[in-house]
Design a protein around this ligand. Structure first.
Ligand code: ADP
Ligand code: ZN
Ligand code: ZN
Length: 750
């Protein structure tokens, strides 16, 4: 390669500017992506450090204008080099521009770090304090005041000491020099509660847990860094195994990244890590500002943090001695990025681990079909935890109720007689119930019962949903209108809502159980900052009898008084038009059932459904993961879906529908030609495996905010074939000549 594209100041927000330099002949073959180099920069040709992000043989500029880079920075391997190599891999593997990939992995410095407050504390050991206090004379009243206050309060803000206790700065300095007190900067990210909680001792692992921890540690000591999947029911002690592995990493001087879904980043989980590892732990969450995140990353790089817990972006923590990446609830959909590069956290975790020689541990009660498949093919090693760690906590009993029979029996309520009876029992015994609606927290769409017209958003290809107060709202763009009194199309007055939402469920349950205290948790009630935790802690404190909610209530919380979980309509998630609908349904139902009977009281689960015979419902009721996997995999195999096949979705989006369509057709033609050439040149055996092309067609949501969306699907057993096709299309990008801009996005899964 003759030219290198470099970025100069990777933290200053200058990622957008890639500067091109010529590679001197003496360095041929030594300059790779991610390598740190020195280049002449700016008017005076200052010698500055830079990172190589692109290589090419050609150059868009006049060669004589291009400066030559000085040389390779020999100072050592920076973690930034590793992250840039990771970005290059993500660009290639998932399809995006290099800049998009770099922006994903490199935190950009934003604003200034928050002001750090100072705290005054005792420095003397406890047993020497009394003697020191006695040694003070009457004239040293300020010291006496301060030290007495410290004995009572433990620590005091610096300002309080100088302004309220009137202790001068010079006195403080003297005491500090004598080693009597300490003035320390308060860590602004420290969980304020962490100071007051006790520290947890490591649990003594049971035999199943010990086996896993030992196996992973033994591999690690032998230099084997694999990917492991722990399949264990909720409460089987996966988190204890994670913590044992983290302790092993800390003991050997290495760092750990722990990914947990955003939704589970709640008080309970986070506190367990704090209590066990104290200040070495830090938490990232999406509510942090870019500046706060950047500061966290700086601390991680300096070694002040050794365990980073967070959502998928925590993957890019610049740890210099990364030893382990844990992905808890690995089946969660939030691990997939919805913007370019559309990466999956597990794929990136494995790549980052490979670059850093670290291991990856995945855990779930309901592993994704994909991860389980990779255990069967030998890519991952599978471990199973079969029992709950705490003996008394037995698995709940499950009843399935056929809603069709309820209607036949004349029960029009959304609660079957069985579920209503179970709720009554709970109310009488002072126990708690959870009612779960497995759809997002909004009412169903409304349509005309005479002509069938559904009320749709004028800007998006989705139905409007009915909210309290008779407002129709679009959940994609926020468009809002009043619900009509008559059908805008035929004038009929028979227009009505279909399906049920959490608000409606709440109203109906309140009517049926007038004395019950009810809480609702969905996208509407949790929108406010801290909304989640407020509702969950109210329920945990037993300030309500019934919690009604969506997806978000089934994640990772322990409510010992909950003995009943009712699933109101298990089918709702079955009828999605995507191939993972059965998998999602099975996962949701199994996880929901896992909420019942977490404490000492036995749990019961009632699943209401219109399709009691469907395998994902039947097997979720039996808590039979292997059974589900065995039903599901042949279906994926037969229809050529992931994980057996890899699938690429190419999205063409434009304000101009015909431009989007033209782009999709051009891509189709190019891929067709590629397949034609493939057939000519491929080995006979390979010819049977020609890439399958589906579309172009409308995307599942064909319009969002007035942008039209067309898709093309390509499937092949070998993911690398899809990557090749993507690279080919990307380099040609014929839609660049369209008058109206067409945005093209790639999404490869499997
Ligand atoms: P999971 O992560 O699989 O849901 P946890 O690790 O949270 O399971 O364990 C469930 C409960 O059992 C927790 O309260 C935990 O403290 C307890 N527990 C797990 N392993 C042990 C053990 N070896 N000894 C004692 N208690 C344990
Ligand atoms: Zn009508
Ligand atoms: Zn809309």
């Amino acid at each position: 390669m003759k030219y290198a594209g470099v970025i100069v100041d990777i933290s200053g927000g200058k990622l957008d500017r890639v500067f091109t330099y010529r590679i001197p002949a003496s360095l041929a073959g030594q300059v790779h992506i991610g390598v740190q180099v020195e280049v002449p920069f700016g008017p005076g040709n200052r010698r500055v450090s830079a990172y190589v992000v692109e290589l090419s043989d050609t150059c868009a500029y006049d060669d004589s204008q291009i400066k030559e880079l000085f040389g390779i920075d020999q100072k050592g391997v920076a973690v930034e080099s590793e992250l840039i190599r990771l970005a290059a891999w993500m660009k290639e593997e998932y399809g995006s521009s290099m800049l998009q990939a770099l922006k994903t992995v490199l935190p950009v410095r934003k604003s200034v770090a928050p002001v750090r407050k100072r705290q005054v504390r005792w420095a003397l050991p406890e047993e020497e304090r009394a003697a020191f206090l006695r040694s003070l004379t009457k004239r040293q009243a300020a010291r006496l005041r301060l030290l007495t206050a410290l004995t009572e309060e433990g620590a005091l803000p610096y300002e309080t000491v100088t302004q309220k206790l009137h202790v001068g700065a010079s006195t403080l300095r003297t005491l500090q020099e004598k080693g009597v007190i300490r003035v320390e900067e308060e860590n602004p990210y420290r969980n304020p509660i962490a100071d007051n909680v006790g520290r947890d001792q490591a649990a003594i692992l049971n035999a199943e847990q010990r086996y896993i921890a030992d196996a992973v540690c033994a591999d690690d000591q032998n230099g084997v860094h694999g990917t492991y999947l722990i399949h264990g029911v909720t409460g089987s002690g996966k988190t204890e195994v994670y913590m044992a592995l983290i302790a092993h990493m800390l003991a050997t001087g290495r760092q750990t990244i722990v990914l947990i879904p955003e939704i589970a980043l709640t008080y309970q989980t986070v506190m367990r890590f704090y209590r066990r590892f104290g200040d070495q732990v830090s938490i990232l969450n999406s509510r942090m500002s870019a500046g706060e995140r950047y500061d966290q990353f700086v601390r991680a790089k300096k070694g002040e943090i050794r365990v980073m817990v967070g959502p998928r972006s925590a993957l890019f923590t610049p740890f210099t001695h990364l030893g382990l990446i844990i992905v808890d609830e690995e089946h969660e959909t939030s691990y997939k990025s919805e913007t370019s590069p559309r990466y999956h956290a597990i794929g990136v975790a494995r790549r980052r681990a490979a670059l850093a020689r670290a291991s990856v541990v995945l855990g779930s009660a309901t592993p994704s079909v994909e991860s389980y498949y990779r255990c069967q093919t030998g890519e991952y090693r599978l471990f199973t935890l079969k029992h709950r760690a705490v003996r008394e906590a037995a698995l709940p009993t499950v009843e399935i109720v056929d809603l069709r029979k309820e209607l036949e029996a004349g029960n029009k309520s959304i609660l079957s007689r069985c579920l209503a009876e179970r709720i009554d029992e709970r109310l009488a015994r002072g126990e708690q119930s959870i009612l779960f609606l497995n759809r997002r927290g909004f009412s169903g769409f409304i349509s005309c019962r005479s002509c069938g017209k559904a009320m749709k958003c004028p800007h998006c290809d989705v139905s409007l949903t009915l909210h309290r107060g008779g407002r129709l709202i679009c959940h994609y763009c926020g468009y809002e209108e009043a619900a009509p009194q008559a059908c805008p199309s035929c004038g009929s007055r028979y227009i009505a809502g279909f399906g049920i939402g959490t608000q409606k469920v709440e109203a109906l349950v309140a009517r049926q159980f007038p004395g019950a205290r009810i809480l609702r948790m969905d996208a509407d009630t949790t929108a406010a900052k801290g909304g989640h935790e407020a509702i969950l802690s109210a329920f945990a404190d037993e300030r309500a009898d019934i919690l009604i909610g969506t997806q978000m209530i089934v994640k990772g919380h322990d409510f010992p008084k909950v003995t009943l979980v009712g699933v109101l309509a298990a089918d709702l998630s079955l009828h999605g038009s995507y191939y993972e609908a059965s998998e999602r349904t099975f996962q949701l139902l199994t996880q929901a059932a896992g909420r019942a009977g977490r404490g000492r009281l036995p749990g019961q689960v009632v699943i209401q459904t219109y399709s009691p015979e469907h395998y994902s419902i039947r097997l979720a009721a039996d808590q039979d993961y292997e059974g589900f996997y065995e039903e599901e995999l042949p279906y994926r195999q037969m229809l050529h879906y992931p994980p057996v096949y890899a699938m690429m979705t190419i999205l063409f989006a434009s304000r101009d529908e015909t431009a989007a369509e033209r782009a999709a057709r051009t891509a189709e033609a190019l891929v067709d030609r590629y397949i034609g050439r493939w057939k000519e040149t491929a080995a006979v055996l390979d010819r049977a495996r020609e890439p399958e092309l589906i579309g172009p067609c409308d995307a599942p949501v064909s319009k969002i905010s007035d942008i039209y969306r067309k898709t093309l699907y390509i499937k092949h057993v070998d993911r690398r074939v899809l990557v090749t096709i993507k690279n080919g299309l990307e380099s040609l990008s014929p839609w660049k000549s369209e008058r109206t801009e067409v945005a093209v996005q790639y999404d490869i899964s499997g």
